[in-house]
Design a protein around this ligand. Structure first.
Ligand code: C5P
Length: 244
């Protein structure tokens, strides 16, 4: 079993600005880069998901790196251990900083991907932080009376296998931190300003609630990318995380 030490990882965010990840849910690279360039210094981290990555491939990641942006590649890997480990090795070569794997892929697969990042870090090479997706937020809790029990259990097996942390909604942050402590990194999507439109999100939370609950990063898509003034909303998100 491999154990990483996320507290000593230089990628753990230091400032509120470093905690904001903007989801580039766009169908093509041109539109996505227009948004990146419009946001400029107001945003350091971007999430690239399946839609954009399958359209543009790794060259888009190069365009983000040229702009000195951090990359969260959200491909939610779920396969046999050897395939997942090889995939993480390929992603590391593309300069990905943070990436997702499905925890239900199983203990052997999680240990295999963790072994790859531990090996790369051991050689002084960069490797993405690995965060586990426990239960997709589109799925109902198996036990509505105890809505986070399955998530907390899966999260425990993820860190036991050496993953760096998890992706989870804001409401799960308290139960996760309570059960597993402050060390694993936590990425919370579904973030809205109090007056914001929920869109299709069921589990939403504010930036300040996410940070108070123990989130390291928040992921924000449409509230910023569909705003009339995306820079102003990005700055508002950061100010709320700073308690301003
Ligand atoms: O536009 P919005 O802020 O809802 O976008 C949230 C982003 O976070 C999307 O890219 C979505 O796929 C992602 N995400 C999520 N819930 C999860 C995991 C990822 O909303 N549990």
């Amino acid at each position: 079993m491999t154990q990483t030490a996320p507290d000593t990882n230089p990628l753990r965010p230091g400032t509120a600005l470093d905690r904001l990840i903007v989801a580039l849910d766009f169908p093509d690279g041109k539109t996505a880069l227009e948004m990146v360039d419009r946001l400029g210094d107001a945003v350091c981290w971007y999430k690239v998901g399946m839609e954009l990555f399958y359209a543009e491939g790794p060259s888009f990641l190069g365009a983000l790196r040229e702009r000195r942006k951090r990359i969260f590649l959200d491909l939610k890997l779920h396969d046999i251990p050897n395939t997942m480990a090889s995939a993480v090795r390929s992603l590391a070569a593309h300069g990905v900083d943070l990436t997702t794997v499905h925890v239900p892929a199983g203990q052997a697969a999680l240990e295999a991907v963790s072994a790859v990042t531990a090996e790369l870090r051991g050689r002084g090479q960069s490797a993405p932080l690995l965060v586990g997706v426990t239960r997709l937020t589109s799925l109902a809790a198996p036990d509505p009376e105890r809505p986070w029990d399955d998530v907390v259990a899966l999260a425990g097996s993820a860190v036991a296998a050496g993953l760096d942390g998890w992706v989870a909604p804001v409401d799960a942050a308290g139960p996760l931190r309570g059960a597993h402590g402050p060390n694993p990194v936590l990425v919370c999507p579904g973030i809205r300003l109090p007056e914001g439109d929920r869109g299709d999100q069921v589990a939403v939370g504010t930036p300040e609630a996410a940070v108070a609950g123990g989130a390291d990063w928040i992921v924000v898509g449409r509230p910023i990318t569909r705003a009339t003034d995306p820079v102003q909303v990005a700055r508002a998100m950061v100010e709320r995380m700073e308690g301003r």
